[in-house]
Design a protein around this ligand. Sequence first.
Ligand SMILES: Cc1ncc(COP(=O)(O)O)c(C=O)c1O
Length: 416
Amino acid sequence: MFLGQIRNNLLFTQKDQIKRMPTSNLNRHLGKISSRMTQIQPSGLRELFDLEHKIAKSSSNTILSFGLGNLNIPTLSEIIEEMKIVLDNPVSHRYSSNAGILALREALSERYFSKYQLEYTTEQILVTGGSLEALFDVFIALLDPGDEVLIQDPTFNPYYSNQITIAGGRVKPIKLNEKFQLDPESIIESLTPKTKAILLNFPSNPTGSVMTRSQIKDVVETAADNKIVVISDEAYEDIVYDKHKHTCAAEIDYENVIVISSFSKTFSMTGFRLGYVLGIQELIKPISLVHQQNTACANTPSQMAAIKALHLHPSIRDPMMLELNKRRKETIKVFTSIEGISLQNDPLGAFYIFPNVSDTGMNGDEFSKFLLEKCQVVVVPGSGFGNTTKDFVRVSYGFLNPEEIQEAGSRIKSLI
Ligand SMILES: Cc1ncc(COP(=O)(O)O)c(C=O)c1O
């Protein structure tokens, strides 16, 4: 209000002195932007979300969105209460140590010991602004120009590819098997003298696939045999269903394993922007230097509240997991009962399923557009997640409750 008043007064009194920024022609400025950035792909979702916005305005139907990689399950009230308390503490208004508040790194060390029997010292842990920052720091610290990073196809793209490209590396996608899992043979086939690292993501976004302990062991041992670094993005490590038990890649004996994880999904804290990296000190040190130059430290109030999150008994998450499992079952039931749609994996992790829609006569792009236009249901085309996935769509059950999922199912069935 106050700022608005200043603006109005200025417009009234000093019209001649106001400097308007030019609305520029991008081409005129291309020479000033690094050539790296010209290779960066914006998210393919923008077009779909623009269309969603347009349809939301004109349709009487509410939009039911399986599009978001976000959870609408509230952050635990204990964490919110703690956040309110820490904001009254002036310590939370300041930078923390670069690596993260010691008590938080101690709590993380404790967590990895009790969950995976892995003993990390606090020097082997770095707290970051979400796992996205962690990934970025790792790529910048590890990659020389032209170094290749093997990534799963499909995977969490365009983020992974863009980050690797910005860091000067090259992306080498490896086609996953029909269950969207990684076979050691396909890693070996993709190796070149320039291969520096392999990036794993299980449980997987976008497929919901998980890997067993012996599969993770085979992959990490293949990386070890070929002396490449394993970067394991385990952002969904705690979102697993039925009897599946997540294996942390660092449980397998190989020193060049960098584990990345996050508070975002485990505690439904995406907005708090808090992730972390674990690894041997020789690797964590250069990654910390990048982090220091990048952000100095992760958000201090979030770090303080996160200590509380780690000290809560794990069962505190049971209601969230019960709800997610209900949504998962309902989503699988709805989509697999539609003619022309099939699921080729058992999605035992994260909050996504990745069905093949080609037997409807449409590819993933066409199918997504069709659902949005004809029944105001949003799913995301698979084509954005890899080179082999144009017939698929990603369906997220992070944002719809079981009743809404059923409603979406009835709308789709009445069409197809
Ligand atoms: C596989 C994967 N890694 C990392 C992230 C980023 O998470 P964060 O909120 O910790 O940055 C996401 C977010 O959706 C994700 O799906």
